[in-house]
Design a protein around this ligand. Sequence first.
Ligand code: FE
Length: 339
Amino acid sequence: MLTKRIIVSILALATLVVGSITLIQAAADDVVTVYSSRKEHLIQPLFEQFTKDTGIEVNYLTGKGGDLIERMKLEGNNTPADMFMTVDAGDLWYAGTQDVFRSVLTDTLLNNIPSHLRDPEGLWMGLSVRARTIVYSTERVDPFELSTYADLADDKWQGRLCLRTSKKIYTKSLVASIVHNEGEEGAEAIVSGWVNNLAATPNAKDSHVMNAILAGQCDVGLVNTYYFGRLIEETPGAPLSLFWANQETSGVHVNVSGAGVTKHASNAEGAIQLLEWLSSAKAQAIYGSLNKEYPANQSVASDEVVSAWGAFKQDDMNLAIAGILQADAVALMQRIGYK
Ligand code: FE
């Protein structure tokens, strides 16, 4: 009798549990959870628009890319994250090596995102393009003197160059692209030339590179273009300009912010829908302009401010290579004493 009552209770409990699981499942289908190292103000307006368009809510958690990857690894199967979003192909590639993504190669994504801006296996997609190019003092540099990344190693720039620290992923990805384009020896000659030409110890931030040029400490530097955009917005008429590097050769080194669907996504379908939506013309027009970047989807025009800097040829190296050659780039910079 007692046994029977227990069995009945267990059955009742089981029904309750199954019932609540169904309920949670139904709710989860309408929510996509994103872990993002891209800042809140750059993603929140997009997610809001996505919800308006599709009725799917987006929950998000922002933090440092490395911390979020560790968190997903610890959470494993139980991670709430359906999508991971971060900046720089080097970091996207690293996340791929940590097995947090699944492969997603839908026709929509293949059509919207050019092949050099996405992982060949479909683990991540670039969603905005940032160009890392030459910035110079319009008071002390004639743009006719400028040409390539390699040229910044020339003696004529002795004591006139400012660079960001080699610790930053942006520097690692740029140097990885130079290793790819020029070979290991060629890259070593170029980067050691840069180090010889430095006016000061490498700067912590791109904005510091530009401030050093404005302060007269140096005349040329390398920056991501959106930092230039921010500076010009705050200080209109600042005597600085961008120069598109390597236009006769490999093109400007570009990088991406991007995202992938997680391996353990509980709402993979919703996450794929969000990723496809983010690659669409509508979202791309918003995505790039929020941070003065370029759309990854090449059918979408850049916003007015960014377009005013002129068109340029991009380096079409597949960005997974920036990750694959990252260790070589780091070893090279250590060897020649690039701090
Ligand atoms: Fe940045």
